[in-house]
Write a protein that binds this ligand. Structure first.
Ligand code: PGA
Length: 251
């Protein structure tokens, strides 16, 4: 059985004061057993969050990391080894906002993914199609190429210690959610692509859905057979809402 997972991507939100408030809210949550829960604050606040959540079963991840595993001369970047040192367990790789606005391409993301694993971080690979790609019937082709890039470069075994988040770009921050069936169809295709290489890896890997997940739609989404939890943006900035989503994943 795969453990479900709920991950909160705080994006570029927060001040020291608002992060302290959010930590306080998270500390007071009644969380379900059997669900892996993680939050991904901006790098600047990682230490504050790691310290603030001590003793609470919520892990911390980063939203990005360098192409190099170890620290060195690379101005403005943060290495996976530094993230581990700061107390991170996970790192997002290839969020669509970074693919689109920072120009991150598959080759760069392969390096980030490998660097994260070299340090023991669990990469959360984000993949998904734009509205235009969906409307022109290219969804599965796009997602398969993004996934295939890692498989070709690092081998399917890399997904034995990774998480995949399917996030249709048109559903991110828009209030438009993929229907549970639309999401399930893509998740099933992702698992089938992995299974064609290695069925054990395919059965074990967690596939999260992301894109306007809220407490109100989480139960239905998480009820689909290939959806193992969610990557939550906007709704993760509200501790009570995030807690309700975590409980939905525990059902
Ligand atoms: P959203 O963001 O929940 O605000 O749509 C999801 C994400 O980008 O990870």
């Amino acid at each position: 059985m795969r453990r479900t997972m709920v991950a909160g991507n705080w994006k570029m939100h927060g001040t020291r004061a608002s992060v302290a408030e959010l930590i306080n809210g998270l500390r007071h949550l009644a969380l379900p057993g059997g669900v892996d829960i993680a939050v991904f604050p901006p790098c600047l606040h990682i230490t504050q969050v790691v310290d603030g959540l001590k003793g609470k079963s919520i892990q911390v991840g980063a939203q990005n990391s360098a192409v190099e595993a170890m620290q060195g001369a690379l101005t403005g970047e943060i290495s996976s080894s530094q993230l581990v040192d700061a107390g991170c367990s996970y790192v997002l790789v290839g969020h669509s906002e970074r693919r689109q606005m920072m120009g991150e391409r598959d080759g760069t993301l392969n390096r980030k993914f490998a660097a994260a694993q070299a340090c023991g971080l669990i990469p959360v690979l984000c993949i998904g199609e734009t509205l235009e790609q969906r409307e022109s019937g290219k969804t599965l082709e796009v997602v398969s190429r993004q996934l295939g890039s890692i498989i070709e470069e690092l081998g399917v075994g890399a997904f034995a210690k990774a998480v995949i988040a399917y996030e249709p770009v048109w559903a991110i921050g828009t209030g438009l959610t993929a229907t549970p069936q639309q999401a399930q169809d893509v998740h099933a295709a992702i698992r089938a692509q992995l299974a064609a290489e290695n069925s054990e890896v395919a059965q074990g890997v967690r596939l999260l859905y992301g894109g306007s997940v809220k407490a109100a739609n989480a139960v239905e989404l998480f009820g689909m057979p290939d959806i193992d939890g969610g990557l939550i943006g906007g709704a993760s900035l509200n501790a009570d809402e995030f807690g309700a989503i975590c409980r939905a994943a525990g059902n």
